[in-house]
Design a protein around this ligand. Structure first.
Ligand SMILES: Cc1ncc(COP(=O)(O)O)c(C=O)c1O
Length: 309
């Protein structure tokens, strides 16, 4: 699929043409993965394009940077980056919404394994993006396998951060799943509890109760996860953060994945165990979520950062 290029990318204070937003091949982040990033979405609303949970995403970016010094010495604040995102949505003309990718990397100049002498550089790109796991997956659901890869461990690469290099773990699991004919992989933690998908949190429903792994089992503290927990509770469902094992998935009534990219995608099969297409609780939470991100639910309008275009 060709990249849906936009006009302009922001790089460390400058707005540059898309094709000029390049780094040197010896930029250390390319070699060691030592950088952090975010994935954010803007949606069309009746008040203009609106970014879903912009500040929480940018706060998570700077929290990730704190785990990886010297990325934490970036001079850019959340307020600065909010302004950059607003500008990019305007100059790139994203009236219908877009995907937003901020990153903080190590600048060119040093190539040793010690990142501390490097200077952090930030960039933000935006582009048009459709559904991640396929349009029809939002209704019919996806097929997932249990990955043979474990999710990065707490004392290996901190799962609390969103570091570029950690996604080699996700990509290995993703490739394994695609080659085996599945859409997505679910990864277990080092100690065998369900952690999450390769880029999505997981929710498991049985007997009307919604369960999701706690953060100490290694999932990313997903921003969609938090929103979905709030929505489900507001709809009157019980949501419990509790450790899950693989058979909790096989025996589930409904399962869904959440994330900026996947939004709220039902799971219809886990490793040969049939779960079924989108169930009633999944549908209720999903439809409220998809309305909320488009500014159609007053109670959740505070999650949206409307950009005046
Ligand atoms: C590993 C992983 N888990 C979960 C998520 C979902 O997080 P969010 O809802 O903040 O996009 C992501 C996406 O960033 C991710 O990369």
């Amino acid at each position: 699929m060709p990249f849906p290029k936009a006009d302009t990318i922001w790089m460390d204070g400058e707005f540059v043409d898309w094709d000029d937003a390049t780094v040197h091949v010896l930029t250390p982040t390319l070699h060691y993965g030592y950088g952090v990033f975010e994935g954010i979405r803007a949606y069309p609303t009746d008040r203009g394009p609106a970014v879903f949970q912009l500040r929480p995403h940018l706060e998570r970016l700077l929290r990730s940077a704190r785990l990886y010094p010297p990325l934490d010495t970036t001079p850019w604040s959340v307020d600065d980056l909010v302004g950059v995102v607003e500008q990019l949505i305007r100059v790139n003309g994203h009236a219908e919404g877009c995907y937003i990718r901020p990153t903080i990397i190590l600048g060119y100049g040093e190539i040793g394994l010690n990142p501390l002498p490097s200077r952090p550089q930030a960039a933000v790109a935006t582009w048009q993006w459709g559904s991640y796991l396929g349009e029809d997956s939002l209704i019919n659901g996806v097929r997932v396998m249990m990955s043979s890869y474990r999710r990065i461990g707490k004392n290996t690469i901190p799962p609390a951060g969103k570091a570029n290099g950690q996604y080699i773990n996700s990509s290995l699991a993703k490739v394994e799943a695609l080659r085996a004919g599945y859409d997505e992989a679910i990864m277990l933690s080092e100690d065998g509890f369900v952690a999450e998908g390769t880029g999505e949190n997981i929710f498991v429903i049985r007997d009307g109760v919604i369960r999701t792994p706690p953060l100490h089992d290694g999932p990313l503290a997903g921003i969609t996860r938090a929103a979905v927990i709030a929505i489900a509770r507001d709809l009157g469902y019980e949501v419990i953060e509790t450790s899950l094992v693989r058979t909790d998935l096989y025996l589930a009534d409904e399962i869904f994945l959440t994330g900026t990219a996947a939004e709220l995608t039902p799971v219809r099969e886990v490793a040969g165990y049939e779960i079924g297409t989108r169930g009633p609780i999944t549908e209720a939470v999903q439809s409220t979520f998809l309305d909320a991100v488009r500014g159609k639910v007053d109670a959740y309008r505070e999650w949206l950062h409307v950009v005046d275009v």
